[in-house]
Design a protein around this ligand. Structure first.
Ligand code: ZN
Length: 210
């Protein structure tokens, strides 16, 4: 089991392009109005995996990202958020992991804000059980809008083996909300499961915003 209090001792055989990082709208290079991502209307989540540090759900979905075809692999949750945007730590960060045929991985990160309970998330919480096959449909227009703004950069997995060569799309205008009770449930269940921000080093971050 991953111990986040020992994260400074996690073995990193990679290097200087790690995730998460601090993101700054001011210091990033402005590219275009919107992140070039278009996802299916629904992703179907089928299997729930409890690895004692988060819930992961595998399923089916499809997205076009920078004109490349990606398949949805899994979604999981971090509380509090891992990427820090303009100094702000969000209560939860959702990672939607996508992979294409030539093995490229894109993680789409979404920050819900505090507000009303998210019903799809509540469905996941209510049915939380290792290996559960209760099916949940994510209405992706809520999770990944085609008018998403945010950041694009090259980083790594945020859990061991911390593999680099991972592409990140960090969406900063999500309309998703989660309730304080839902955030508390995650923290009570898993403890804090966010990796600390890593040095940017020699990397450019692209910013997409109208
Ligand atoms: Zn993650």
């Amino acid at each position: 089991m991953l111990d986040y209090s020992e994260q400074n001792n996690w073995e990193n055989d990679f290097g200087q392009r790690q995730s998460p990082i601090m993101l700054s709208t001011h210091d990033s290079q402005h590219f275009a109005d919107y992140l070039p991502i278009h996802a299916n209307e629904f992703y179907q989540l089928n299997t729930e995996i409890d690895d004692h540090t988060t819930i992961r759900l595998t399923g089916m979905g499809h997205a076009t990202i920078f004109n490349r075809d990606f398949k949805f692999k899994q979604v999981h949750f971090h509380a509090p958020a891992e990427h820090i945007v303009d100094g702000k730590v969000n209560p939860i960060e959702i990672h939607l992991v996508h992979e294409n045929e030539i093995g490229q991985t894109v993680v789409v990160a979404v920050f819900p804000t505090l507000g009303n309970a998210n019903s799809e998330l509540q469905d996941i919480i209510n049915n939380f059980e290792e290996g559960n096959r209760h099916s949940v449909s994510l209405k992706l227009t809520n999770w990944i809008s085609s008018l998403s703004t945010g950041f694009h950069y090259q980083g790594s997995l945020t859990t061991p083996p911390l593999t680099e060569g991972i592409e990140w799309l960090v969406i900063n205008n999500s309309k998703l909300t989660v309730s304080p009770k839902q955030v508390d449930w995650f923290i009570a269940q898993f403890g804090k499961n966010n990796r600390d921000c890593q040095p940017l080093n020699e990397r450019n971050v692209q910013y997409y915003n109208k």
